[in-house]
Design a protein around this ligand. Sequence first.
Ligand code: SF4
Length: 303
Amino acid sequence: MTPPLLSLAHPRELFHDLQVEPEDARSILRPQKDDRYGFGFALSPYRGCEHGCRYCYVRDYPQALPGEKGKPVDRSLWGTWAVPKLNAPELLWNQRHRLHGQTVFLASATDPYQPLEREFRLTRACLEVLLKCPTTRVLVHTRSPLVLQDLELLRAFGPRVRVGLSIPTDDDTVRQVVEPRSPPVPSRWAAMERLAQAGIEVNLAVAPLMPVHNPVAFARRAKDSGASGAWVGGLRLLKDDPFYDVLARNDWLFILDAEYQEQVAGVLREAFPRARRREAQETRAVPPRHPLVPAQRGLFEGM
Ligand code: SF4
């Protein structure tokens, strides 16, 4: 099993402005009872996420740093702290009897390939455990080309693994506003290509959907990059979410419009017949109609 590369005596000094507070977690597998998600367990080797996407709904989860139980971190600090679960691989190993015939999703509440993974290798160590569970399928979801550091390991899973690369927009200037600390969009397309060329099934996750200027070219890019599937997810806005103002200031409120989301999903379906749209679980803002979205016919109907 791959050991973490660091023993952290003074983590804050090593990661500059990121507060890194390792912990020993009490549990590692979170059961998902809703079949619609397509997995039985979610596995997060970290709490918090260095990517700190400005729309991330996880920032609203009540989470405390190790040793500060009862003092949830303010949601405005999302992206400034991260908690590596140092014992994640051992916990997983001890729980592997639960994984027979199951699908495990990495990760629902963090990015398993955020920059910290370069040092901690907790995702990798968990994958090594999962590789030893021959009936277990694995879904990896990330925004980062760092996933390529585990290319050979992922390949060893054969058809038991699928990687979802999240690319919510075709415009890296949009990405710089909404996910300023996540890897650039072109690097994600490049990662998708490398994964597909290595024979690993890779899907495009347009999640959450941000402005896509040219959905047809976007779908073509995904196809050319080797994606075998795609899906579109609506944004989940939190109560009193400051991200609403980000959207308003940039004239991007149209992304909340279900019709716009369905139009982009419709174009993706041309390239990927099973492409689907997942609705946000809760959207508290009422968006205005996108000026480009006609009332009856979709923009891309009949293409
Ligand atoms: S990468 Fe995912 S978990 Fe991390 S901040 Fe962005 S949306 Fe949240």
